[in-house]
Design a protein around this ligand. Structure first.
Ligand code: NIG
Ligand code: FE
Length: 415
């Protein structure tokens, strides 16, 4: 059992400390962890008497994965662009021709809420099947008042109607929508719509906890990003940021300056950005699925970030354009082979550090008394086999708040 017990988010050498208990047990009551530790001790506790026993027969148990960066609600894949990319077109070239995010916006606006919900429900069942118990979800394929509110409303409904926790982020600043692009002053008017209309309404209706911006070439400038994040922060939406993915814009320094919860992507960071992250409480969330899917060679400098002392996190970035995967085990495999993180570092980044980036490290991300009983059980002998096997699913059971939400034999509350 990997408990990940201990204080706060992990930096540097502490990322390797999984708090392993060789023959472990967890006592669960009312969805929370009542005891966790050596099996003989837990079983001998008076509170354990009469408890229903579930023997996982020597498999590896760890905290459920916390996927801290996804674009959960989208209408369809972009398989048509996948072929163009393979033939050599870059992500930005496709976007400039009206593909990319705007392609997904067109599809989402045309989709019914019922269809979007059904697609997201199916995806959430898959997230659970790969050991994920908490999913951050961003809006950002609507980009008008009705469609953005439709997405955020779906986050709320999904939170109520299925067992995984959805943490909602407002990403109205994903790109400037087509109808604002080509008129003078259009982009500024779109930013003003976000700042003066959407952010206040999203906050008022409690439709999101976080506000995110895609700060990059072809998306939003540093100044626009600051404007949007300031407005979000003024309305109680904590900042997170898509930063230095395609080009180095200075977004990381802005994220640190604003005390952002997370700064994500980071393929193009410079030494000064790494130093700033290392001194901050902003999580450096790495998304290696994007570089893998886009066939890019330049991954984020995970080793330099860890060695400098940054709080490194990992997430899928589940989305139809750059990372169509919802498998955290696959992300761990990429973290190990491409980012040169060790299996232990990758697991810490995908659990307690990711929980910290969602401001939930007191509730989830480790197996400790008082926390939610969110667990993933893998059918492996050694935790290192979780990233070692890739492209196959060894998750055997997933537990959310003490309820089995996935089990390989199909006996679960949502399957
Ligand atoms: O995180 N970079 C911006 N947003 C997404 C991609 C969205 C898309 O291409 O649809 C990302 O990579
Ligand atoms: Fe993203």
């Amino acid at each position: 059992m990997l408990t990940l017990r201990g204080r706060g988010p992990r930096r540097g050498a502490a990322l390797s400390n999984l708090g392993i208990v060789k023959d472990g047990a967890v006592l669960v009551r009312d969805g929370r962890i009542a005891a966790a530790g050596v099996r003989s001790k837990v079983e001998a506790m008076p509170e354990a008497h009469g408890a229903e026993k579930l023997d996982v027969e020597g498999r590896v148990v760890l905290p459920g994965f916390v996927d801290s960066h996804t674009h959960l609600i989208h209408a369809a894949s972009r398989a048509e662009e996948y072929e163009l990319k393979i033939a050599g077109a870059t992500y930005e070239e496709i976007a400039r021709k009206g593909g990319g995010i705007l392609n997904s916006v067109k599809k989402l606006r045309a989709a019914t809420a019922a269809d979007l919900k059904a697609r997201a429900m199916a995806a959430l069942r898959e997230f659970a099947a790969y050991g994920t118990t908490t999913v951050e979800a961003k809006s950002g394929y609507g980009l008008d008042v009705t469609s953005e509110l439709k997405i955020l409303g779906l986050h709320q409904e999904l939170n109520r109607e299925q067992p995984l926790e959805i943490v909602s982020t407002f990403l109205g600043a994903h790109v400037v929508p087509a109808e604002y692009r080509h008129t003078p002053g259009g982009p500024a008017r779109y930013v003003s719509l976000l700042v003066n209309r959407l952010i206040p309404e999203v906050a008022e209706r409690k439709l999101a906890e976080f506000c995110d911006v895609f700060c990059d070439r072809g998306a939003f400038s540093l100044a626009q990003s600051e404007q949007v994040l300031e407005a979000g922060a003024n309305h109680g939406l904590a900042p997170r940021l898509h930063a230095e993915q395609l080009s180095r814009t200075g977004a990381t320094l802005l994220a640190v300056e604003m005390g952002a919860a997370s700064c994500d992507h980071l393929e193009q960071v410079k030494a000064a950005d790494i130093r700033a992250l290392a001194k901050s409480k902003t999580v450096a969330t790495l998304l290696p699925g994007c570089d893998f899917h886009l066939g890019l060679k330049q991954y984020a400098p995970a080793r330099a970030l860890i060695d400098a002392g940054a709080i490194v996190g990992l997430a899928t970035d589940y989305n139809p354009g750059t990372s169509p995967t919802l498998s955290m085990p696959m992300v761990l495999s990429l973290a190990c082979t491409q980012l040169r993180m060790t299996p232990a570092e990758a697991i810490t980044a995908a659990t307690i550090n990711a929980a910290y980036s969602l401001r939930r490290d007191k509730e989830i991300g480790s197996i400790e008394v008082g926390k939610l009983a969110d667990l993933a059980v893998f059918d492996v002998q050694d935790y290192r086999e979780i990233p070692y096997y890739f492209g196959v699913n060894h998750c055997w059971m997933t537990v959310k708040k003490g309820e089995i939400v996935y089990r390989t034999d199909g006996k679960s509350s949502i399957c």
